[in-house]
Design a protein around this ligand. Structure first.
Ligand code: SF4
Ligand code: SF4
Length: 349
């Protein structure tokens, strides 16, 4: 049973700064009006309480946009050295939807074939969550995909209960950090009651935006291959890949070699790829298995609500709304899902 404690609002900044003695700490800052990013910040950022999802999710510190996997030499003898980089880091202020995103990446990169570049980074990462008590912006649909509440994948959760922050530790590491760096006191019965009331009340504040339960989506999408929505989206989508790049659960990458000019040594690297890009499904003969933008978007939606959901029994959309916010032609995830539900509802018993 982990401890329930509080940290006063005036003490949160010294807690944040203290962590920097031992860890690289990534917090949230406002990059430009209304747009937030995770970055190394000197102080606990004021907007942390109210920030809307960052431009990129914090997965960038576990699965960077580009990273070196190995270095090789061909002379005087062939030699290959793996490159596995990790450091003690804290992601501070991660919202429940993004904690769910990291939990899903944990599943993907640890099951079947372990991805050691990811798992080494993850093992050295502490996650300090920031709870949501009200909807953050119009694109969010976390409650509709079961991602408002989170019970694993974080070390500490911070909840704003008014004058103080209510702190729930979830791991021995979280406890140790609070013990070492926080000026904290045990939560009183009044604090606990206030916390429980806020958590209970928030349920009614979050709208269920899908017109069916999320558990019905795999069957609906399975039968929606010929849905007219894909032709409609084919005409609108630009195939730009932004929806993939901002998504906390997209994990596809491309691997390529960079040779030195001497052509004897080099690096093997990977970088994020995007299934909505034209050449994503091109194979060696030049055939493209998903040559139209509509086919590629159909694939992307099936990844979130059918293929991976069927395999792992959980939605691979966390409801963060980043794809809808960043799409240059306003293709909206909730509208698309509801169109598929409407056109295929006869399939759901
Ligand atoms: S599909 Fe869109 S809303 Fe869902 S997790 Fe990815 S970016 Fe967020
Ligand atoms: S962001 Fe919008 S336009 Fe770009 S690939 Fe995704 S759906 Fe298409």
């Amino acid at each position: 049973m982990m401890k329930k404690i509080i940290i006063s609002k005036k003490d949160i900044n010294s807690f944040y700064k203290g962590l920097k003695e031992e860890f690289t700490v990534y917090g949230v800052k406002e990059k430009e009006k209304g747009f937030y990013v995770f970055d190394e910040t000197d102080e606990f950022a004021d907007p942390l309480n109210d920030y809307i999802p960052t431009i990129l999710p914090p997965k960038k510190y576990l699965f960077p946009q580009q990273e070196t996997l190995l270095r090789f030499d061909t002379q005087p003898h062939p030699d290959i050295q793996p490159v596995i980089e990790s450091k003690k880091q804290i992601l501070f202020g991660v919202r429940p939807c993004d904690i769910h995103g990291i939990n899903l990446l944990d599943k993907i990169f640890s099951s079947d074939h372990e991805d050691i570049n990811y798992t080494h980074k993850r093992a050295e990462t502490v996650i300090v969550g920031m709870d949501c008590l009200r909807p953050c912006y119009e694109h969010a649909h976390c409650a509709s995909v079961g991602c408002l509440d989170v019970d694993e994948g974080y070390d500490i959760m911070i909840t704003d209960i008014g004058n103080n922050f209510y702190i729930s530790t979830n791991t021995p590491m979280g406890e140790a950090i609070i013990e070492k760096y926080a000026n904290s006191i045990e939560a009183s019965n009044e604090d606990k009651d206030r916390f429980e009331k806020l958590i209970k009340e928030r349920k009614d504040k979050f709208e269920m935006k899908f017109t069916t339960d999320v558990s019905n989506l795999p069957l609906l999408f399975k039968n929606a291959d010929n849905d007219p929505i894909w032709d409609e989206l084919n005409d609108r989508c630009l195939g730009c890949g932004r929806c993939n790049i901002v998504c906390p659960t997209c994990y596809c990458f491309d691997v390529f070699d960079c040779m030195e000019l001497n052509m004897e040594s080099g690096e093997r690297c990977r970088q994020w790829d995007a299934c909505t890009l034209n050449d994503f499904a091109v194979v060696a003969t030049g055939e493209n298995f998903r040559s139209t933008r509509g086919q590629r978007l159909r694939h992307r939606f099936n990844r979130k609500f059918n293929y991976l959901m069927t395999k792992h029994n959980t939605s691979f959309c966390t409801g963060c709304g980043r794809c809808s916010r960043s799409c240059p032609v306003s293709i909206d995830l909730v509208e698309t899902v509801n169109a598929v539900i409407k056109n295929n509802k006869a399939e759901v018993k």
